[in-house]
Design a protein around this ligand. Sequence first.
Ligand SMILES: [Fe+2]
Ligand SMILES: [Fe+2]
Length: 417
Amino acid sequence: MIFDGISIFEAIVLFAIYSFMGWIIEAVYRSISQRQFINAGFLYGPFIPIYGFGAAFIIILEFLIHHWPLPTKLIVYGIVLTLTEYFTGFIFEKVFKLNLWDYSDSRFNIHGRVSLLFSLCWTALALIFITFIHPAVLRHVQSQDGPFLHIVSIALVIYGATDFVFSIATITSFRKKIAYLYSEYFNLSDAEIENIFNSFRRLRSAYPNLRRYIDNNIDMEIKSRISTFLKSILSKIRLNMEGRKPFENEFYDMIKDIYMHDEFLKLKLHYHHNSSIYDHVMDVSYFSYRACKFLKLDSRSAARGALLHDFFLYDWRNHTVPDLPEEKNHGIEHPKIALANAKKHFILNAIEKDIIRKHMWPLTLVPPKYKESFIVSFADKYLASKEFVTKFKRNKDNHRVKKLPKAHQPRKKRRDN
Ligand SMILES: [Fe+2]
Ligand SMILES: [Fe+2]
């Protein structure tokens, strides 16, 4: 007996059962919120040990303080479970640099590791657990044959240890894989890149913050390399573009079939950052064309890909069916929609497809494959932010004019009839 009439073998089986129940709770919660099946937790198998530990703490507490008044007991449960959750999150962040969960968006959270709402939920769950679930499960486990329990618990320990070792190895190798992926990116084939991304598909869905982690830690290196390079050429390109536009004819020749196409002209009807999508894509296209010409890259593909990069025909601030259902994220979805539209009306080469599909990188996890795609992605962000600034200034000026006392407002031109 290790505790209150529970043998070590029974304790192992109980721990596995409660970890499994925790996995069910997490898998259901995550699968519903992400609308696809998610194998939650860091283990391969269907167990989340933090629930096993939480259950163990509640069983021990109940043994020690069962005679206390219920409200006091609930406060103690809440504090112990919150501390368990906080320190598990803390250890994972420090050791594996991974966030298993993130409550930063919930109110009253501490470092995103715990939040008031979830702590209240755990406390309520603990009460249900100790009143109804544990007594029933314990009775069932203790009614099993001794030898059967021995075999099951030994098998569980062997299985648990193996799963733990493999899962830790996966998490550790994940960082190395990402580093390798980015350092060798341009030398790898599409199939190899796809393979690497697929190898941590489960990790990606199990950890809500993996995208942010990749973005913060590893993308930084490649992003800063690219942005230093681009910034250094930006001023030269601008100088080169200012004043005369000697290449305009060549540029318009390259894109004639697109910008005069009836379907493409519909982009004029959709408002984007500060003007129509049409104006925005023409600017991004011309900028990318000049940048690629300057860098002796494929300026034709850059111009055409850039022109089609936002080829979606809906209002992204207020979208509904048919192109983009309301619940979908425009930022992530619109490159796919633009690509589908572009393919419907024009013949695209590999660079042009890559430009359209990846222009929102790093929002889309897989980085661009061609230098031209990086240029367009950069040109898009650079020009979009300029467009937002102009719009913001314009709004601010309008606002200021409205706020001025009447005597200082510019006079409206009077029509003399
Ligand atoms: Fe876009
Ligand atoms: Fe854009």
